[in-house]
Design a protein. Sequence first.
Length: 143
Amino acid sequence: MSFNNLDTLYRQVIMDHYKNPRNKGVLEDDSLTVNMNNPTCGDRIQLTFKLEDGKVADAKFEGEGCSISMSSASMMTQAIKGKTVEDALKMSTIFSDMMLGKDYDESLDLGDIEALQGVSQFPARIKCATLAWKAMEKGMKEE
Ligand code: FES
């Protein structure tokens, strides 16, 4: 089965984020910077984000990678903006559970992220989808 077998609507959402990425760029000043590679392919992401009063005030990403990794980064930055650090980390756990095909906590609105659910059927692509989330977790935990 290939990526093209993903549900059409979900695929459209993924391709929209890939072609029109939200929050693409680099934050300057007091932002946190995290660089991470996907070891299986060498693709990379740079995530910059700014925390204020325990919340994600802003987040941007740069990088090179496949449609799944870049759309996931776009969705992730969109989802965590304005969230508390605790909720951003909770979303990361939810996303990880989703990728592993487990039941996941539905108490937070996941928005477009749900479009990536189908990636759980393609084990080789799960690291693509989780790359941006792992970078975010790393940054939060180092803060
Ligand atoms: Fe490299 Fe997806 S193939 S991140």
